[in-house]
Structure formats: C-alpha cells, structure tokens
Design a protein around this ligand. Sequence first.
Ligand code: HDD
Length: 686
Amino acid sequence: MTKRKNKNLTGNGGETHQTAGDDLEVMTTQVGMPISDDQNTLKIATRGPHLLEDQVFREKLFHFDHERIPERVVHARGYGAHGTFELTESLSDLSRADIFQRVGEKTDVFVRFSTVAGNKGSPDLARDVRGFAVKFYTKEGNWDLVGNNIPVFFIQDAIKFPDLIHAAKQEPDRGFPQAQTAHDNFWDFISLMPEAMHMVMWIMSDRTIPRSFRFMEGFGVHTFRLVNAKGKSSFVKFHWKPKQGMQSVLWDEAVKINGADPDFHRRDLWDAIQMGNYPQWDLGVQVFDEDFADAFPFDVLDATKLIPEEAVPVRIVGTMTLNRMVDNFFAETEQVAFQTGNIVPGIDHSNDPLLQGRNFSYLDTQLKRLGSPNFNHIPINAAKCPFAHLQQDGHMAMYNPVGRANYEPNSHGLGPREDPERGFRSYETEEAGPKQRVRSESFADHYSQARQFYLSQTDIEQSHIVDALVFELSKVDAEAIRARVVSHLRNIDADLAEAVADDLGMEKLPEPATPAKSPIDTDPSPALSILANAPESFAGRKLGVLLTDGIDAKLFDALKEAAEAAGAIVEVVAEKVGGVTSNRRRKIPADQKLDGAPSVLYDAVAIIASKEGAEKLSGMHVAKTFLADAHAHMKFIALSAAAQEEFWNAAVYAEPDEGVHMIEGADDAGSFLSACGKLRFWERDA
Ligand code: HDD
C-alpha cells in the first residue's frame, strides 16, 4: 500500500483533520486512485453547485446508499463468535461423519445466537426463543446445526411457518409491538393451534429470558439420523449443555435491562471472550433406534415433542469453546448463512415435516438476503476443506472453474468427478403411499408434554410461568382470545389454568378446549428445570460494587480478591465515573456511573460506603433503586457497616435477611462470594 509523508489538510472552517502519515495508508477509491481531499465535494468556486463529474464523492455515496442488506425475516438480531469443537468420544460405531471419528481432533466452528421475532435493532432481553446456530467447518464439508435454546417448536408442519411468524412479529397495520409476543395476533394464532401448547409452556418459562447466551442450552430440535460406515442408521437428537450452567433473569430485570443496556447479551459475550473467559458447551446426543421410536408414546418426527433425558440419556461426545470474536460484524455475523441442508456424510435428515420444509427455506432465503447464488463464496460461509464443482458465474462469482471443461463427463480428462464411496448417500428408507396433504394421527397429542414440562418445574419456575402468561394475556385486548388460551391451559394443568384466570380477573373459567387426543400423564423430567439443575457457581458472573468517597479501600480490595478467586468479574459503580477517593486518599476508578449502571446489570451487588457516603446515597433515587431492585430480584447483597446502618432503611422496607451479608474483612468477603454461588436467594421470594 502506498505511504506518503504526513501533510495536514484543512477542511471547512480551517479545522485540522488527521491525514495519512508515515504509518497510515493513503486513502484511495475502490480501484486504488489516491484521494487528495475527503472533506469537500468538487464544486464551482467556494459556494457553487456540485459537479457531477466528482467520481470520489459519487463512488463514496453510491456505496453508502447500498450498505444495507435485508435483515433476516426471522432471527434478525444475532451475535456471532468463532471457536472450536473438540471430539471427546468417538461416534464411529454410529456415524461415518468425519467430525465424529478421532478423539481429540478439533474442528473450527462459527456460532450465531439470536432472538427470533425482534428486528435487527431490538433489545436483547426480549422474551423470546434464542437461536443457537452452529456451523462446523468439517473436513467433509460444512455441517450446520441450526437449533434453538428450546428443544421443541411451535408447529409441526413447515407450511404454517409464515403464519406463525406473521402472527408473532409486529402487527401489519400499526407496525408494533416489536420483539414481543404480548399482543393479540400472536395469542390469537397460537390459541387456534393447539399443537403449539408445549412450546407455549417453554416460551412462558424463564428459558426465554436467559441471563446470557453463555448460560443457555441449545438443541437441534428435530430427530436426525446418524449413518455408520456399514450403512446402518440410528436416530439422534442433538443437545448443547453449557459448562457455565444455566441461568435466567427475572422478568422485571429483563424489562429494565432492555432500557439500561439493550446490548446486554452481546456485550456479555464480547466481554467474556475478550477477557479470555471462553464459554464452553458440551455436545450431547440422544441416540435411539426404530424400536424405541415405535414404542415411544409420541411421534419422534413431531418437532413439538421431546424425548426426556430420563428416557434416553444424553451422551456427551465433545466440547465447543468460543474463543474469538469476529473481525467485522457485517462480514461475518451478518453475512453468515446457515442452512439445515448443510449436512455431511454420516448425518442425514429424517422425515420430520418441519425439517423437510426448512431444507427449502434456508437456501432460498440466502438468495434474497445476500443477493447471489454465490453466497458460499463469502469467507464465513466457504468450506475450509477442499471443494470442487462446476457451478459458475452469477453475481459476485469469486471462484470459478479453471480450464476448458466446465461440464462433466468430458473427454478432456478435466474437472472433478463424483465418488460413490466417499460421497454423501441418503439413507435408503422404504417410502410408499398415496400423495396427500394430511397430518399424521400420531401427531395428535398436544397437551401431554406441555403438562410434563409444567410439572417438571420447581414452584418458583411454575410461578414465573403463571406470571408470564398473565403478563402477556393482559396485553391482549380481545377477551375471547384470553379465554381461548385459558381453555387450553385447562388441558395442561388445572391449578395453572385457575391461577392464570384468577390473575386475569376472569369471572369464570372457560370450558376446556376439546383435545384431538386426550392427554396422558407422564413422569416429570427433572432435566427440564433450570433451577433444579442450577450450577452453584459464581464463576463467570458479575459483581457490581457501589463505592462512595471516604471508604476503607482494604475492604474493597478484600472483596475484589474474593470475587476474582471465585472466577467472577467485578465492576465498580460510583456517583462519578472518575471514581472515588478512600479515607487514605487512594483513588479507585469506577467502571460505571451509577445512573448508567442499575443493579439489574449484575448477578450480585455490594455496597461499600463511608458514613457520609451512605447518608448521601440515602438521598439519591438511583442509589435507592440500585439496592431496592437487587433486593427485589432476590440477589445476594454485601454491605459495609455504614451502608447497612445509614442506607439500607432508606431503600428497603424489609429487614436484611440471610441473603444480605455484612462484610468487614476478607473472611466475610469470602463467605459472601461462596453464598453468591447459589446465584439467587430464592427464599426471599417466599
Ligand atoms: Fe428457522 C433462521 C432455527 C424452523 C425458516 N432459524 C433461523 C435461525 C435459527 C433458526 C437459529 C437463524 C440462523 C442464523 O443465525 O443466521 N428455525 C430454527 C429452528 C426451527 C426453525 C430451531 C425449528 C425446529 N425456520 C423454521 C421453519 C422455517 C424456517 C419451519 C421455514 C419453513 N429460519 C428460516 C429462514 C431463516 C431462519 C427464513 C431466516 C434467516 C435465515 O433462515 O437464514 O430460512
């Protein structure tokens, strides 16, 4: 690249701008012409009209005008990261997929997490399903496992997908509400689709308000096939289990986080990876055969059903580590194109009618979004293994066949040829029957697993489901829709239906909806609860420490040390971002100014205040909400003596409970941090 001597230019008003110097590249047009002035358009005299010949201006504006591409029709808001997948257990007995053969071998991956309904600029803590899409760059082609953080889906047949998404997104006449299902159209459609009831239980649970991408599970949802070298097939469901443990926020927190930091999940992943605190997930498989599928009370091809882990245990076969952020958000996260059709030899589709439809939609949508059938030429989408085909031309073709023969067979002895041994072969199932538009009878049970999910939750989680349903339905204007939802809930659980009806102020319970098939009782599945499987670790979580002037810095040091020993991240919050001065005149810088850092941004909080500082906090609304919210959100709280004596009563009406720790030194700090491992002091809720 051309370098040149530093020479400052003056723009309008004589202002000095930085320009190319000894170590800056010379700015050029796209085709390499050096630019002399990037501050002023070409014009007649000093105030005259612009000249159309100004190629520098025209090229710049032309490109700018075309910067945007259509956002994804669903999952528009997302955040991606690079990493590796390491195989820890060979699956060679079950699958010939190259990625599953050699223990210890690492495969590059790119992951994009997303929300579903919101537009690209919507807040991260919308109550919504999270996309969990993983692209494995294997040695035999890209394998995309395009999953969600919920193991089931709303609908059984892909033909209903456009209706589902139309109903969930903003209403077409008014253009709102966005990024939320709390509106008439969503509940109208859902209540007319009883097959959605299982998913409704999941979306009303805390699964849809995860604390961070790092703390959620992922699922491939569908039943897929594994096919081994001998051509034998097994069914499989894929699971991602976060090594960090699962964790969600409370709804009141979600609402407030959306205001305080709409990029909360993005920032969390960015910060964690930048700090070297790499998130990891284990990949698990539930493998089963045709006999199990035949005996299972639900159809394994029905994406509204799961297979409880207690029935088919999840076998861990590898670990994914996310360890590198993108260099450029648009180039990688925005342009990454996942498709369920990207599978590799040894992995195959099943006849799940949702999956079959997805295989069409993903390829199709990339053409619209990325504008060319050559979207796999974009580096983030290109395979990292050798590839050779005779597809050519089209918009933005970067790789084209070399040589004379762009067809096969040919007698030039040129070009790639298929390989019946190595190549992908579909598993040869026997299929026959009349051509018809039907839904299988075996898909007719819509309530049993919804009931199983609800009954597998802890009391706290059940109460959150009730609250979420009441919140959402309270935003629905049409009483008939609210009643229709409750009529379904009656088939799921009587107490649930009554609690929701009561909190909605319904005078009488609507009749239960008539089920296509009567629900059956199944054993609860403890694996479905977040809280029953809580990690008991504060590692990777965030402690917000509110400091005032005049404190004993040693107490802060002890707390910080204990937090770091627990693997937690400490953020200092103060009235001024410049920080505070201790009683021995030590300056402690702040990471956040108090009114920009409410306690909802933290997993636990500490308040270390001097007597004067605590008195001052008592007069500050933001300080009082900082503490009151932490208390209301069941967080563990540490207080210095003055914070307890001079500030607590100004912010909280209740007496401090066992979730509130008085800290005077290193020992107290240590026991506070080990208590924080429980993540919330749920007893406060009682
Ligand atoms: Fe989908 C995107 C996950 C059903 C059609 N889907 C998309 C993404 C995820 C999922 C994670 C975002 C990928 C990314 O980050 O770029 N979708 C699912 C899951 C489903 C599901 C787990 C059910 C099991 N999807 C589904 C159906 C259809 C689609 C039934 C259509 C018939 N999905 C799409 C799409 C999108 C998409 C329109 C939008 C952007 C894209 O594909 O690349 O093709």
